[in-house]
Design a protein. Structure first.
Length: 368
């Protein structure tokens, strides 16, 4: 069974979605509609802005949502999910892709969510940290031991990778304890605030009214939500889980385990980046994972600067991706390091004139 998964904040990169806009009329129409709904040209920032532009919450969240949803829509009849799920923000993408939310309503809610979260972040200084190689139970125990501060588990990304969230002093104290307890890393993240923690309560209350007023329909397939971790199809349950999401942890590990238990054996990531594939593989090595995003491959290769794929330089490799191959099938595989990632490039050249690119990432960053 096919499960389509959608990434959350942290997956953005400059240039995301540009190939869709330039090469697909439906994508261009949807991007332009988004510019009208948002009241500013988000496409300018997505395609040619700066990293700083994309780090603005009011830009980041709608940008990732747009790239994910438009990518799904442009697949047309190829998009036949048996189930969907999204990591944090990605849950809105998953709901739109499954028909539970309209594109317009989904984008409006994502924009309001971003603004509400930004206000909550400004009201109380707070942060998040990734904790690696420590059992979930130990991380939970340490969080509970921090007195006088807010510190909670925010993201259960995969076994051995949790993200904690809370006040700045609380996170600092927790990180020290995590390292003392044997964590490989306890690294503060460059984020605006303590997402998925009680400190987001003002944002949750503000967004709740907007969600309540938005029509939610029965999805075409079960949507595995972060709060319940189960495949939901009841509109009222979906709505309640969406409202609870901002202050509740993202239980991604449990969601993926439940999807697999319900028959998922092929996970396809739609959106910028390729983080979710890696997380799914860390949860269960037996399932098949893939991404539908050639543009991210080009982005990574350009950032690396050169790519040792049978001694083919990066600029020539990019050209290889863009020119339909001739002759017999050709298979190239190589690994590169980039900012703590170990990235495996796999390029398959086919007689039918297509190029398939698979990215597998061994070490992941943390979504928040």
């Amino acid at each position: 069974m096919k499960a389509y998964v959608f990434p959350g904040q942290g997956a953005q990169f400059v240039g995301m979605g540009k190939d869709l806009y330039e090469n697909n009329p439906l994508a261009k129409e949807m991007f332009e509609k988004a510019n009208e709904i948002l009241g500013f040209r988000i496409t300018d920032l997505m395609f040619a802005g700066t990293d700083e532009d994309l780090r603005q919450t009011k830009v980041t969240q709608p940008a990732i949502f747009l790239h994910s949803v438009i990518l799904a829509k442009t697949l047309g009849d190829q998009f036949q999910p048996d189930m969907t799920a999204g990591h944090s923000l990605g849950e809105f993408s998953a709901l739109v892709a499954a028909g539970a939310l309209s594109f317009e309503d989904g984008l409006t809610l994502v924009s309001k969510r971003a603004m509400a979260m930004q206000k909550a972040c400004e009201a109380t200084p707070s942060t998040m940290a990734a904790v690696l190689a420590l059992p979930d139970e130990k991380v939970e125990e340490i969080c509970a031991s921090i007195e006088g501060e807010v510190v909670v588990c925010a993201n259960y990304n995969c076994p051995g990778q949790l993200v904690i969230s809370g006040s700045v002093p609380g996170i600092d104290a927790a990180c020290e304890k995590m390292l003392a307890a044997g964590a490989k890393r306890a690294l503060k993240l460059k984020v605006g605030g303590a997402f998925h923690s009680p400190l987001m309560e003002p944002a949750r209350a503000e967004l709740a009214a907007a969600i309540e007023a938005t029509p939610i329909h029965k999805p075409s397939c079960p949507v595995y939500q972060n709060v319940s971790t189960k495949g939901e199809t009841c509109p009222e349950t979906i709505k309640a889980n969406l409202i609870a999401q901002l202050t509740a942890p993202v239980r991604w590990t449990q969601s993926v385990q439940n999807m697999i238990a319900d028959g998922a054996d092929h996970f396809i990531e739609l959106g910028p980046g390729a983080v979710l594939q890696g997380l799914v593989k860390k949860i269960n090595k037996e399932v098949t994972t893939e991404a539908c995003n050639k543009q991210f491959a080009l982005f990574i290769i350009k950032k690396v600067g050169r790519c040792s794929i049978k001694n083919v330089p990066a600029n020539l490799f990019i050209l290889l991706l863009q020119i339909p191959p001739q002759g017999s099938p050709h298979h190239i595989r190589s690994s590169q390091q980039f900012k703590g990632f170990i990235i495996t490039f796999e390029v398959v050249r086919l007689d039918i004139g297509r190029v398939a690119v698979t990215l597998r990432i061994k070490f992941q960053t943390a979504f928040f």
